[in-house]
Design a protein around this ligand. Structure first.
Ligand code: ADP
Length: 153
């Protein structure tokens, strides 16, 4: 069984994430969307809300599971017997950052990272920009799936 973990903060999930996840579906038997819970980052949405957004968005897709994890992402992968990580790349900054993490993860536990390039028209979307626009009452709806829109109407 070819399992991939897509780790992220998903604060909130955006159409950029959805695009990567949907395009990765034919590559894997199961994709586990995993929110890491050990970072000291401050979040706009609670863990419960972020989980609900993910579950709601992919409720019709049986190959997608949603969960949280603590500790190193590679340890979580080993725990659930996933041999692959999935990440999206928007630009050169993502590439440089992800390259170092991907190489480290492979050296540590031989977990291979599969990178998909953002689709044309999606590379400008980030959770950071969505949060900023939301906080200032701007039009964010074109960047997020319905579950996030409904919650924030
Ligand atoms: P993290 O806090 O780990 O950066 P994010 O939720 O921000 O988590 O992102 C998770 C993954 O989704 C990362 O690989 C990121 O590059 C990717 N990603 C985010 N937005 C987009 C987008 N618009 N297009 C493609 N990939 C994206």
């Amino acid at each position: 069984m070819r399992k991939a973990v897509f780790p992220g903060s998903f604060d909130p999930i955006t159409l950029g994430h959805v695009d990567i996840i949907e395009r990765a579906l034919p590559l894997f038997d199961e994709i586990i969307l995993a929110i890491g819970t050990n970072s000291n980052k401050k979040y706009m949405f609670s863990l419960e809300k972020r989980l609900t957004f993910l579950k709601e968005t992919f409720k019709a897709e049986s190959k997608i599971k949603v969960t949280t994890y603590k500790g190193l992402t590679v340890d979580f992968c080993k725990e659930i017997d996933a041999k692959f990580l999935l990440r999206g790349l928007r630009n050169g900054i993502d590439l440089e950052f992800e390259k170092a993490i991907g190489q480290t993860n492979y050296k540590m536990e031989e977990i291979e990272t599969v990178f998909l390039m953002a689709s044309s028209g999606f590379e400008h979307i980030s959770s950071t920009i969505v949060r900023d626009v939301m906080q200032h009452g701007g039009k964010y709806q074109f960047m997020v799936p319905d579950a996030v829109k409904i919650e924030n109407q």
